[in-house]
Each structure stands twice: as C-alpha cells, then as structure tokens.
Design a protein around this ligand. Structure first.
Ligand SMILES: Cc1cc2nc3c(=O)[nH]c(=O)nc-3n(C[C@H](O)[C@H](O)[C@H](O)COP(=O)(O)OP(=O)(O)OC[C@H]3O[C@@H](n4cnc5c(N)ncnc54)[C@H](O)[C@@H]3O)c2cc1C
Length: 533
C-alpha cells in the first residue's frame, strides 16, 4: 500500500528544501520530500572551498549538452546536482539576487504577483545576513550569508584592477546599485556552506510530520484522470508509491522537472507519442525556452604562488586543512570564486542595468572543462557572461526510460547579439588582467594567448571555450502564452493537484546567479500552497 501524505515534493534541491521546511511548519500537514541523490554528508559540501571538487563526480548527474551548433559542435559538460540540497550543496556559494527590473519584466511576461516589490519580502525572509542589514537585507532568515573572511591577495588585486579600469568599487551587489566590482558575499555561516539543506531542511527534519527519502529516483507522476495524486519512485531497484492527498510539488530543477513531466505524459504531445508515452496533457512549452549563462574564461599564469593553487601541493594542503580544522579560517573558507563585477558591454550608461557579470577565481583549473596553467604553476581565472542571453534551447527526452539522461540543448550563441556581448566580456576581462594591480602578479595570460587579436579571433575563442555557468531556467515557464507551463500560482496548466516550484518556472533568466532566486521561488511557493500569498 502507498504511503499517504498531504504534499509530496519531488527533488530535495534549493527550492525543494525550502518548501519541505516551510510546509512542515504546520504539525498537522504531512510532507514527504523525495530526492534522487544521497544525504549531504560529504565533507566537500560543507567546506566552502569544496565547490572546486564537485563540478563533476558522484554528486552530479554527469550530463553533457547536445552538440552545440554555434560553439564548434562541442558536447559541453553540464554539471547539475544530484544530492540533498541540490545546487545549493555543490554551487560556488555566490549570493546574488538579480536586478529589480528582472522581476518587473517577469510581470510583463505573464507572472502576475512576481514584481520586485511583491517578491522582495521573500528574499528578505530567506536571508540571514551576518554583515549587511537595512531595507535590502534580511538578517534572521534560514539562509546564512556572510563575507569571505580572508579574500586572497589576487582577489583584492582583481577588485583594484577593476577600479583602475574605471569599474567602481561596490561593497554590496544586492543593494540599490548592482554595477561595480567587489568581493562576493557567500551563502556560508561560521566558515561552512549554508545550503538550503543545512539552513532550511536540517532543523525541520526532527518534525514527525516530515518524511525524507533519499537515493530515490522519481520515475513518474501518478494521475487519476487529470489530477496528480502521487509519485512512483525507485530505491535500489525497488518501486514504491507515495500518495499526495493535497498536491504534488515538483522541484526537480530546470533539467529534472521538464524531464519528469514528459516521462509522466505532460509535455509536447508529438514528442511524447514518438517515444510511446501516453499523453495526459499536451503542453508544448514543457522543456522549451531553456536559457543559461554562457560563461567564457580567461586564464593567467602567475609569477609566484599567490593564488589558491599553492594549496594543491601536499604540505600546503595539510597546513590549510589544519588551519581550518583548528580555527575555521584560512583558504578552506574560500569559495574560490571570490571576486565579481557587474558591468556594461558598451560602457556605462549604455543600458539601464549591467549586461555583463564577471567571476574572478583565485586559482586555475578549478572547474570541470575549464583550461588551466601548466602543472605545478599557479594561476587565476576570470569568467564573464552576458546576463540576459537571447538564445533559447530545449530539454527533450532520449527515451521513455527514467534512467536515461535527457537531451540538453542550451543552443548557446544561437543569437548573434549573445556572441557580440560575450566577446565584449572577454575583451574587458583581458583589460582587467592588464591593469597594474593584477599585472604585477601575472607572468602570462595563457588563454586567450597573444594570437587572439581580431574580432574574428575573439568570436572563435568564445565558441571554443564558452560553457555552462550552471544556471538553466525557464523550461517550465510561468505565464499565460501558449508555451507557458504554469500559471502565476505555479499550477500546471490543465492539470489539478500539480505545481512546479523551482528554477524552471522563471519566465526568463535573471541577471545574476540563480540560487537565491530559486530559494525565493521556494519561499513564495510555500505561501501560495498554504494560501498565504
Ligand atoms: C556547479 C554549480 C555551481 C553553481 N554556482 C552558483 C553560485 O555560486 N551561486 C548561485 O546563486 N547559483 C549557483 N548555481 C545555481 C544554483 O545552485 C541553482 O540555480 C539552484 O540550485 C536551482 O535550484 P532548483 O531547486 O531549481 O534545482 P536544484 O537545486 O538543482 O535541485 C533539484 C533537485 O532535484 C533532484 N531531482 C531531479 N530529478 C529528480 C527525480 N526524478 N527524482 C528525485 N529527485 C530528482 C536533483 O537531484 C536535485 O537535488 C550553481 C549550480 C551548480 C550546479
């Protein structure tokens, strides 16, 4: 017999953990959270620097893109989390929230009630900032946010180089002004990562009305006529059913959510039929509109060992480990991607808000698939992307087998403007590296090398080296148009008892990293479900 709950939540990622914690606040509500990955016990998750070790391997789904037509037909590694906490357990911990105009645009795109003014309270409710306060910041929320205790020398040089280039210092990217350069705040507390699993779920797990099932791949949603009534999942090959007497809430992320809907018969009818899947609801937008930030890295070799690469050598690694174990300080408290900037491809004033974001990594070769410096040398990396790309891709099914990876086609650089803005990002990155504060540490910019000079060279570089920035969204877009999948209360069009409550519902990509916005969606979803919104 199936276990029965009021709510079954599919996917214990950033948004799913928020929802499970909020809905189980009412002791009379029975909540079940089902996660495909394991518990978040690995030490790399909790040490901020561990991010660099987790962009491939057992805590990811091991995905790659379809050949990217506009990026030299490369099949690009596509890291997405498969562990409790989802992306919030393996991400780079950068805490940014987008620009207020991103949310106001969502309203124009059909998401009534999601203007910045209306959703800001959810950002504030989630945020437990240990440094900043005032009308732009929450201090009491479950999501710990703090400053990087001891930014690397090269990070500080990066922020100064930006200023030398004319990009002003900004101590708070989440305040009234987004533009400028500074050191990111991170989702950490007391020198440890604060994922949604740590901040939200862990304290809630002691509640008897909250059931957590991990290592459980949800195979399909169960429908009675047009109502979702539960889920079928597999643990170690054994099948189980969890019944939802109120609603099924899908929070499987921008890749996992459309995949699960399509496996369950909700999606583009022709595509589903071609795979032998019976159609419950024809929704052509499921899996469409995939949007992601296409990040392009430049890498320099340093004259001396003044970046985190120094700690790749065993004796320094041991030293860093001891410092962290004894004092919770030192390089292990770094999220690696310490520095950042928001700026303009065509110069200040060219847009009403920045159209480029930069990430400075105090090291080289930290992430899977990114070029590095010669073995034994130390390096630094600067990544940039166009904040609001126009290219749209898709997630479709390879087969009706729930264990098969879907076809992920972000369609990077399909739109000429994305290439143009991206190239400006690479040029500005190079200029930042050429300013005095960083120049004094740099031996040689290795990627792009000195052969990259003309516009055509830069375009070729972007096509060859660009990659995911791990921000897929919009594959189950909120809205009213024919390609919208959910309404502004996150209910799936045409189906009862089913909502999608994660990054996949964003009407369009926000101009920043996407963890805090996904957590905000989880917060607002919890109010929509409880009828408090
Ligand atoms: C490597 C990496 C670095 C990033 N860096 C940053 C950063 O520094 N700052 C930032 O703001 N954002 C960052 N992001 C993005 C951010 O983490 C995501 O936007 C956010 O986690 C999305 O939340 P979500 O709840 O929509 O999905 P996720 O957090 O991905 O959660 C989805 C969960 O559902 C589970 N799942 C999927 N399918 C099923 C199924 N069929 N059955 C059961 N469970 C299932 C998955 O295992 C996963 O745990 C990064 C992401 C990654 C992957």
């Amino acid at each position: 017999m199936a276990d029965a709950f009021d709510y079954v939540i599919v996917g214990g990622g950033a948004a799913g953990c928020v929802l499970a914690a909020r809905l189980s606040e009412n002791p009379a509500t029975r909540v079940c959270l089902v996660e495909a990955g394991g518990r978040d016990t690995h030490p790399y998750i909790h040490m901020p620097v561990g991010f660099a070790k987790m962009t491939s391997g057992p805590m990811t789904w091991g995905l790659v893109t379809a050949p990217q037509r506009h990026a030299n037909n490369r099949e690009i590694p596509y890291a997405q989390a498969r562990v409790l906490g989802g992306g919030s357990s393996i991400n780079a911990e950068i805490f940014t929230r987008g620009h207020p105009s991103d949310y106001d645009r969502w309203v124009e795109e059909g998401a009534d009630g999601w203007s910045f003014k209306e959703i800001q309270k959810y950002f504030l409710r989630s945020e437990g900032n240990t440094v900043l306060s005032g009308s732009w910041h929450g201090t009491d929320g479950p999501l710990g946010v703090s400053n990087i205790p001891d930014p690397q020398l090269t990070t500080r040089a990066f922020v100064q180089s930006c200023q030398e280039l004319g990009i002003p210092y900004n101590p708070d990217f989440n305040g009234p002004v987004q533009e400028g350069a500074g050191v990111y705040q991170t989702t950490t507390r007391n020198g440890r990562r604060c994922s949604a699993a740590v901040g939200y779920l862990r304290p809630a797990l002691k509640r008897p009305n909250l059931t957590l099932v991990t290592g459980a791949l949800v195979l399909r949603l169960v429908f009675e006529r047009r109502r979702a009534v539960g889920v079928e999942y597999a643990v170690k090959g054994e099948r189980h059913t969890a019944r939802a007497e109120s609603e099924v809430l899908v929070t499987s992320g921008a890749i996992g959510s459309p995949k699960l809907l399509m496996l369950s018969g909700v999606g583009p009818a022709d595509h589903l039929r071609s795979l032998g899947i019976s159609v419950v609801q024809d929704l052509p937008g499921v899996g469409q509109n995939l949007t992601d930030h296409f990040g392009i890295d430049i890498v320099a070799e340093l004259k001396e060992h003044v970046s985190l690469d120094k700690y790749n050598r065993p004796h320094w690694m041991l030293w860093a480990g001891l410092q962290y174990a004894l004092f919770r300080s030192g390089p292990v408290t770094s999220n690696v991607v310490e520095g950042g900037a928001f700026w303009y491809a065509d110069g200040p004033g060219s847009q009403s808000c920045p159209d480029l974001q930069f990430h400075f990594l105090a090291g080289a070769g930290a992430e899977a698939g990114v070029p590095s410096v010669p073995k034994g040398a130390s390096g630094i990396t600067l990544n940039s992307y166009t904040l609001r790309p126009r290219s749209r891709g898709s997630v479709t099914l390879h087969s009706a087998d729930p264990n098969a990876a879907p076809i992920i086609d972000p369609n990077f650089l399909a739109e000429p403007d994305d290439l143009r803005v991206s190239v400006e990002g690479v040029k500005i990155s190079r200029e930042i590296f050429q300013q005095p504060s960083l120049q004094r540490h740099i031996k040689e910019i290795r990627f792009p090398d000195f052969n990259v000079r003309t516009q055509a060279d830069y375009e070729a570089y972007a096509r060859q080296y660009g990659r995911t920035s791990y921000h897929p969204v919009s594959t189950c877009r909120m809205g009213r148009d024919p390609l919208a999948v959910v309404d502004s209360s996150l209910r799936v069009h045409g189906i009862d008892g089913l909502r999608i409550c994660d990054s996949s519902v964003m009407p369009s990509l926000v101009g920043s990293n996407t963890n805090a916005p996904s957590i905000m969606i989880g917060e607002k979803a919890s109010d929509l479900v409880r009828g408090n919104a």
